[in-house]
Design a protein around this ligand. Structure first.
Ligand code: SF4
Length: 255
């Protein structure tokens, strides 16, 4: 299990339990260290720190993570769930992806209901949450202003997702949460050398694309705008995650 960087003593990441081999765990740990010290995007480096220095009243007194977020989950996964970016007072505060805001609460409920998470909520580092057979990551690892990275920032950050995918089991199933994550996933697969179908895959909730040796599934992002309005329900998200599980199991059975 890829652990919480906040638990690590003196900046070192803890060893990674789970079913992955020690070589994979070491590679993930090295990548995590690289990600959490990244400062490639000056605007985001400034923003993540500014958010930490100006917390809303309910978070005053908390020590913010205020650094990039590595992936969280099972390094031996065959399902890669990709979000957009951490929220300024969510992941940027807690140090764990999709943790500390309503989007994360919604997502982890669905991950638990579909058997990927051992708990229905992600509270903070050290809360005992673990994912099995899924790795949770993002297109951009730093909290952006207005939840919107620039094209250059997406570009800067994509390399990390490419490298995470390369460390997972072969022929992984990708689940993109939202149109921007979907576009990043297509670019990641292209960068990996997979042939992108023509016409180019387009985001639509529930869509499934076979891209080279991978499958890409699309779901609406669990933003409050989508979940509070009913555009994305628990049932809709769970359907996509169940489908990802079935696809991954079928792939495991034939590998
Ligand atoms: S967004 Fe990605 S590339 Fe940019 S500073 Fe953060 S971790 Fe680095």
């Amino acid at each position: 299990m890829i652990s919480d960087p906040k638990l690590a003593p003196s900046g070192d990441l803890p060893s990674l339990p789970g079913r992955a081999g020690s070589k994979t765990k070491r590679a993930f740990a090295a990548l995590e260290r690289e990600i959490v010290s990244c400062r490639r995007c000056p605007r985001l480096v400034a923003w993540r720190q500014r958010a930490a220095e100006n917390p809303p009243r309910r978070f005053r007194g908390e020590t913010y993570w205020a650094r990039p977020l590595p992936a969280f989950g099972d390094p031996a996964a065959r399902v890669l769930v990709v979000g957009l970016a951490p929220a300024a007072h969510g992941g940027n505060r807690t140090g764990r992806i999709f943790t500390g805001d309503e989007s994360g609460n919604f997502l982890f409920r669905a991950l638990h209901a579909t058997g990927f998470a051992n708990r229905p909520e992600s509270v903070r580092a050290g809360d005992g949450l673990a994912l099995s057979r899924a790795l949770l990551s993002a297109a951009c690892r730093c909290a952006p202003p207005n939840n919107r990275p620039t094209p250059e920032e997406f570009e800067n950050c994509r390399e990390y997702l490419v490298r995470e995918l390369a460390l997972l089991r072969p022929r992984a199933v990708l689940v993109a949460l939202g149109a921007l994550a979907f576009e990043t996933c297509v670019k990641v697969l292209a960068q990996k050398g997979e042939r992108i179908p023509r016409p180019r895959p387009r985001f639509r909730h529930g869509a499934r694309y076979r891209i080279g040796s991978h499958v890409l599934l699309a779901a609406y992002h669990p933003s409050q705008q989508n979940t509070f309005t009913g555009k994305l329900t628990q049932g809709m998200l769970r359907d996509v995650l169940r489908r990802a599980r079935r696809e991954a199991e079928a792939r495991a059975a034939t590998s």
